[in-house]
Design a protein around this ligand. Structure first.
Ligand SMILES: NC(=O)c1ccc[n+]([C@@H]2O[C@H](COP(=O)([O-])OP(=O)(O)OC[C@H]3O[C@@H](n4cnc5c(N)ncnc54)[C@H](OP(=O)(O)O)[C@@H]3O)[C@@H](O)[C@H]2O)c1
Length: 297
């Protein structure tokens, strides 16, 4: 993969960093993205040393901030000229509803809107690669209902992460339906569980009230069940979708923890869900490219 450039959001730690490590081992130029320049530089340095691949770079962006996503897309275009793979891996969990500076609920902003907006902004750079891939990382409980009255947690917030990941899948399915897939493919990876900052920092308020007494037990069990090699294992579905030559041209596909195609949840394919979520993403993200051109039909 020596001639490939890959951008991975949320890759200074957790599953994103393991995904970056796996792809750097395959020889790709890997661009890490996190919020903090020092953490990003330190992670890039670690990956360069561990993999022997000097082509590991670091950029910074907070995926909840649309201004950061626009700057990131401009930087990637200017520095690399073409992008072979974008892995929208970063996601956040909050235990109480808060709005970003753009006025968007924070989990929806990071987990749904950021993949939508960053993919749109990078489409010209992805198209410049000739044949490019976008991998969106899902999680939590991807099957179940999408509550269209609660897309930004206006009514109910406990376990809202599930709702955002289902919305991400519906948005991804719709995006892939609108893109022909001959130049840029869009697929979704399910990583499985790993003990990372995301679940290390979960507070009881994230859970529905009846489940809260179980949280101290979860804190004991999670590091045992999902520590160690689980993080590397959780990176495999993204690494495979990003790099496997056998998956070249595979489009609008959802893969399991082993990178095997698996049926989409019904909520992601549902036409009404896709229509409402797409319209909301369009409304919240403003102009879709820096020069005002609408880059995706
Ligand atoms: N862990 C699991 O069990 C699990 C299960 C299913 C699905 N997933 C999915 O796998 C993906 C990775 O999860 P993870 O557990 O590795 O998460 P994580 O440990 O919380 O990820 C940490 C990474 O995310 C970055 N990050 C956090 N907030 C950010 C923001 N606002 N903007 C940009 N980067 C940000 C951090 O960068 P800085 O702190 O340096 O900014 C760091 O690089 C997510 O999509 C998650 O939903 C995880």
């Amino acid at each position: 993969m020596g001639d490939r450039t890959i951008v991975i959001t949320g890759s200074t730690g957790g599953i994103g960093k393991e995904t970056a490590r796996g792809l750097a081992r395959l020889g790709a130029r890997v661009v890490l993205v996190g919020r903090d320049p020092h953490r990003a530089a330190a992670a890039a340095d670690e990956l360069r040393r561990h993999t022997g691949n000097d082509a590991v770079d670091a950029l910074t962006a907070d995926v909840t901030r649309q201004a950061d996503l626009r700057r990131l897309a401009d930087e990637v275009g200017a520095r690399y000229g073409r992008l072979d793979v974008l892995v929208n891996n970063a996601a956040i969990v909050r235990d109480r509803r808060e709005l970003t500076e753009d006025g968007v609920e924070a989990m929806f902003a990071a987990n749904v809107l950021a993949p939508f907006l960053l993919t749109h902004l990078l489409l010209p750079t992805l198209r410049a690669a000739g044949r490019a891939r976008v991998v969106n990382v899902t999680g939590a409980v991807p099957r179940g209902r999408i509550d269209l009255d609660n897309l930004q947690g206006e009514r109910r917030y406990p376990w809202f992460i599930n709702q955002t990941k289902r919305a991400l899948m519906a948005m991804s399915y719709e995006f892939a339906t609108r893109l022909p897939g001959d130049e840029v493919t869009i697929n979704v990876a399910y990583p499985g569980h790993a003990y990372t900052d995301m679940n290390r920092n979960l507070s009881a308020a994230t859970f529905p009230a009846p489940a809260r007494p179980l949280v101290p037990l979860l804190r004991l069990v999670l590091p045992i069940a999902y520590g160690g090699r689980a993080i590397e294992k959780a990176s495999r579905s993204s690494v495979r979708l990003a790099s496997d030559p056998a998956l070249s041209g595979v489009h609008r596909t959802y893969v399991d923890t082993n990178g095997r195609p698996t049926p989409w949840p019904r909520c992601a394919v549902d036409a009404r869900n896709r229509e409402v979520i797409w319209a909301l993403c369009e409304r919240l993200s403003g102009p879709l490219s820096t020069n005002g051109t609408f880059v995706c039909p």
